[in-house]
Design a protein around this ligand. Sequence first.
Ligand SMILES: [Zn+2]
Length: 557
Amino acid sequence: MTGIGKEARFAQVKSVDRVTGLAQASGHVCDWARLRSASPEVGSPVENTVKKRRRMKLRALRAAGLGGVGIETLAVLAMLGALACAPAHGQTYDVVISHGIVMDPESGLDAVRSVGISNGRIRTISTASLTGKRDIDARGLVVAPGFIDVHEHGQEPRNYQFQAHDGVTTSLELELGTDDVGKWYAAREGKSLINFGVSAGHIPMRIRAMTGQEVPSLSAMNTPVAEAANHRELTAEELGRLRAAIETGLQEGALAEGMGINYTPGASHWEILEMFRLAVKYHTPLQVHLRYSSLLEPQSGAAALEEVIAAAAVTGAQLHVAHITSMGLKYTPQFIEMIAGARRQGVDITTECYPYTASSTNLNSAVFDEGWQQRYDITYKDLQWAETGERLTPESFARYRRQGGLVVIHEIPEAAVRAAVADPSIMIASDGLPITGPKIHPRGQGTFSRVLGHYVREEKVLDLMTALRKMTLLPAQLLEKRAPSFRNKGRLRVGADADVTVFDPSRVIDKATFEEPLQYSEGIVFVLVNGVLVVKDGQLVEGVYPGREARAPIPHK
Ligand SMILES: [Zn+2]
């Protein structure tokens, strides 16, 4: 038996106590329940009639100092309360997830409960048996908030299928972003398996401001014309166009401002500061791929991290540093400490990681400009050409760099991965890529299951609740100031969006490898997006598109 099997059984034992204790103030039901739990008369919700409950709520309200409120108001409030959160007697929900181990990182709830869902929202979380038009038996399975991936470049239907199998219910392209926010959302509306969102992308908007060319895809950011722009400083006029483009994207509801300074070496420090100031104006986080990941001074990863920490400190912007392990490499623990230190000093800064010892990017990007071997302490054999899986030589490197395409870079020490995966404050995010061939990096397909199966269960690097928090609550909190709709994501509580991932803690594991990357994760048994099943008994549900836009409010014009 594995570690998590024991943990799951332990959770069930604990939950029996909670069932007999009933409606403890664990924050998982609602204020009504908390009020009720203070009353000595509370009995089993199954036994209670609606009438009796209403009477008790009135009494509890009076006890809470609302005695002066008119009796009609109280009755209405009581009825609303009964509708909103009681496991109402005789009520039929759209979907019920029965008797699973419900784990909610916000409230700390970790107990056997049934979840009632109607109209795309969680309506009740109860110890009682519930009735649903559809019943999902989750006995022995963990019922968690759906995972939120804040860093996924692959935003096509095939990516969404892999992500759903990996437990992801909201997939966001926040790092590179897009040059046309309105068009990006419109292309996915009503056609998406899972929820989707995007940032206003500094790289594509910068290329567009400088060359006039649209940048519809990742590969279009590394054409010869785009690369010439990426390596050049902006003129004042171009900076004006870039600012206007980013403002338009943010006004159209982009969730963040995305930057990849490593890919735009021509961007001056002044330009970066301007971009941070814009983010502050729109109360939006910046997701930033640092200027360097080099181990060598003076253009080191540490200097690059200092650049953005300084920009955040100077402007007050909310900064999110992309994939800390592929930036920090062997200095990842020191990077984590720098970020924690900046946070202690009042800088609004977070970061994320994926659970792999290789990164991946375009071979024809600025990352591989002269001197890359010394910068990353790697050589040709550490590079794997994604299309064929072959390791590179000086000859094939030169040929493929001219041709352009994805390369996998075996450069991240396992100790760096563990340090980031174990840290409770660091989000899990895949940095997944569009599926351009049979041999892409496995991270877009297996990140979340790999953390749960390999690092939680097999390696015991962190506990299950901490891992879930890094996949659900932390990403939601990153975005909820900019987009208040995220206050109802990443949580399993009454009123939250019914994005739910149900998995077998003793079986969940990634199957995508560097050799065979296009394989679904295993052990993710049910996935609901806005209350609609997209994975059922471990299989994709065909023909459903419940994914909705995850977008910041668009100001009235
Ligand atoms: Zn990146």
